[in-house]
Design a protein around this ligand. Structure first.
Ligand SMILES: NC(=O)c1ccc[n+]([C@@H]2O[C@H](COP(=O)([O-])OP(=O)(O)OC[C@H]3O[C@@H](n4cnc5c(N)ncnc54)[C@H](OP(=O)(O)O)[C@@H]3O)[C@@H](O)[C@H]2O)c1
Length: 338
């Protein structure tokens, strides 16, 4: 498998680490030999070679904040031109998420699919906005379009729906899709104010300096939209669903709920109602006996209500360098492994 990596930040580098570490395992178990032919990154610079680049050297340079443009096989062009010209079997798209426009990732994905490459992305923007268009393009081109990392990073969710739960009717998917807000709510239950909990989340690197995407629920909303579109086949956009974040929950309300045996969680959910697919993001009081109530800190979790197995709950990481890099790795194995 000849691979192109577009966006060489946290996730791109996490994947590179795994490709190096698991090279032998990929060969022995999955009969998969991955050669990275190109890396395109706006800030760090780009490298490309038809015969493969030196991944370990590129990773070392990126970690040391040295420009990739100073390495052998430096590429002097933007990501789009590399994708259009590359001789590669698969592209990993891991540039930043723009949930309002899906740019520039959607353009990268379209170009890679047009060029006959399988695609895996961890970027929520293109999925929440253009899932059906991109999936149709992939089908027309006879390639795979995979995006495991967009919901709960590498924790198995989308491949679970696609494969293991394929024989079940799923009536509802509901859970904790944003680690930052779950961390803040957990801290507030310990007696911290919202402001102090947010500050702590920022210090730990969970929350951005401008935390709106997390605390107003937009990040969870993007994931709910992806679950509705890719999981339930609905033609929906994020604006179709009501969305409320955690900014209006007070420490008093949390303490009062606790006294009644309940716990506030920011819940993202999609469910079927007749022929319709509904979705929402909002704080909910969850009964302490429900598996989602026990999910504290930055952990994520999703409960699938199925006709065959009852409730199935997946608990796991929702972010992280290796965890999200792993989502791309598992998609690469699905696309190219045996
Ligand atoms: N980190 C996680 O835990 C996690 C979890 C799930 C999903 N994701 C998603 O995965 C994606 C990557 O996340 P990340 O944490 O790796 O972000 P990151 O560390 O900011 O890396 C993104 C990289 O892509 C580069 N880039 C941006 N626009 C580009 C373009 N047009 N052409 C080439 N390179 C471009 C960025 O360069 P500049 O520095 O110049 O912008 C940056 O180096 C995001 O969409 C994110 O939402 C991340």
């Amino acid at each position: 498998m000849r691979l192109l990596i577009v966006g060489f930040g946290t996730v791109g580098q996490g994947l590179a680490e795994l490709l190096i570490e698991k090279k032998q395992q990929l060969h022995d178990i999955h009969k998969l030999d991955v050669t990275v032919v190109g890396i395109a990154d706006m800030l760090k610079g780009s490298v490309y070679n038809d015969d493969g680049i030196d991944l370990a050297t590129a990773l070392e340079a990126a970690k040391a904040n040295k420009p990739l443009g100073e390495l052998p096989n430096a590429y002097d062009g933007d990501a789009l031109s590399m994708i259009k010209a590359a001789k590669a079997d698969m592209m990993v798209e891991a540039t930043y998420t723009d949930i309002k426009t899906g740019k520039p990732a959607t353009g990268h994905i379209r170009a890679a699919l047009e060029n006959g490459m399988h695609v895996t992305t961890t970027n929520k923007g293109p999925l929440a906005l253009y899932y059906h268009e991109l999936a149709q393009l992939a089908e027309a081109k006879g390639v795979k379009f995979l995006f495991e990392g967009t919901v709960m990073s590498g924790s198995p969710v989308l491949n679970l729906i696609r494969e293991t739960l394929a024989g079940s009717d799923i009536s509802e998917i509901k859970g904790i899709l944003n680690g930052t807000t779950n961390y803040i709510l957990s801290e507030m239950e310990e007696g911290n104010s919202y402001e102090d909990a947010l500050k702590k989340a920022q210090e730990l690197g969970y929350a951005e300096a401008v935390p709106d995407a997390d605390v107003l629920g937009w990040d969870a909303l993007a994931k709910v939209t992806i679950l509705a579109a890719a999981g339930f086949g609905a033609r929906v956009k994020p604006d179709d669903f009501p969305c409320k974040g955690i900014t209006e929950i007070t420490a008093e309300a949390i303490a009062e709920a606790k006294a009644r045996g309940k716990r506030f969680k920011l819940i993202g959910k999609v469910w079927r109602e007749g022929n319709q697919v509904k979705g929402s993001v909002a704080p909910e009081e969850i009964d302490m006996s429900h598996p989602l109530a026990g999910i504290m800190g930055a952990t994520n979790a999703l409960t699938f209500a199925t006709d065959t197995l009852g409730d199935v709950t997946i608990v796991g990481a929702g972010a992280g360098r290796i965890e999200t890099g792993y989502s791309a790795l598992v998609d690469i194995i699905h696309a190219g492994g045996k």
